[in-house]
Design a protein around this ligand. Structure first.
Ligand code: SAM
Length: 274
């Protein structure tokens, strides 16, 4: 049912092999989901031993996703979303937030991990504005030409490309910035990019320890410097307030303490293609 594939970078696309941890399932552990296995829980436990704030950080990542999608669908007037590295369905997925403010909104969920397709199909079965595709963003051309993507997204119209918590799962040699640039060059002006990432904290050694643990146990998990992350937005116009700690991006509630690791370890922003 789920063909095993090899990515252009040579890394295998995971099958539903429960003996190998995957990013989607480790993140599911952080969000208290049920679609994970012992191997995933072991990686999550290792990460939490280094940075106990990771569960809170995962929630902040979901919350900025909700605020960004709502903002782009309302103020931005863009109602087609390409959610790349969407992860396992969880509480309040992109289409639920978008369709709340724009009932006609269309969302294509894309993930390399076939477990996302397996669980997403069931949830989305009766929502004609959504679909789930198993694909590798390291091959962006194939992704953009995928019939299920082009069946729902009209690339003549502005689109929102979501890269929420995914680019840190690409190694430097896989050229994450080149992938963003390729996507940028193939969507119309007026399109939006929403990106979040692990971020290296110069005063917090645990941010580097976590990178070491994830690279060793999961094979991915780069913790990049703010200077590296800003390059992901090349050629795009960042919306105010720029690339900031996740809870500080257009918060619904005031953030009382922005000095904690929980607040600062992931940063993100929204930008518009001019
Ligand atoms: N976007 C969701 C969020 O922010 O809540 C989930 C983020 S989860 C931390 C990262 C996801 O990216 C995982 O589900 C993983 O399978 C997916 N992913 C990693 N590398 C990928 C690739 N090359 N192509 C597509 N998806 C990928």
């Amino acid at each position: 049912d789920f063909p095993m594939n090899t990515s252009p970078a040579g890394r295998e696309i995971p099958d539903l092999n429960t003996g190998v941890p995957t990013a989607a399932r480790v993140y599911d552990v952080m969000l208290n989901g049920k679609d994970n296995f012992e191997v995933d829980r072991e990686v999550a436990a290792g990460s939490l031993a280094i940075m106990p704030e990771l569960r809170e950080i995962a929630i902040y990542n979901r919350e900025i996703l909700h605020r960004a999608v709502r903002h782009i669908a309302t103020e931005g007037g863009v109602t087609q979303f390409l959610d790349l590295g969407s992860g396992l369905p969880t509480v309040r997925n992109t289409h639920e937030v978008a369709q709340e403010v724009a009932p006609d909104a269309r969302v294509v969920y894309v993930d390399i991990d076939p477990i996302v397709l397996a669980h997403g199909r069931a949830i989305l079965a009766d929502n004609p504005g959504t679909t789930v595709v198993t694909a590798d963003i390291r091959d962006p051309r194939t992704l953009l030409e995928h019939p299920e993507v082009t069946g729902l997204i009209d690339f003549e119209q502005p689109v929102c490309v979501m890269l929420c918590g995914i680019l840190h799962h690409l190694l430097d040699e896989e050229d994450p910035n080149g992938i963003v640039a390729m996507l940028r060059d193939n969507v119309p002006s007026g399109s939006y990019f929403f990106i979040t990432n692990f971020t290296r904290l110069s005063d917090e050694p645990s941010s580097l320890d976590l990178e070491e643990q994830l690279l060793e146990q999961l094979g991915t998990g780069r913790v990049r410097t703010p200077a590296e992350l800003v390059r992901q937005f090349d050629g795009l116009e960042l919306l105010c307030p720029g690339i900031v700690p996740l809870p500080l991006w257009r918060p619904d509630e005031p953030v009382l303490d922005a000095t904690t690791v929980a607040v600062r370890f992931m940063t993100g922003g929204v930008a518009r293609k001019p």
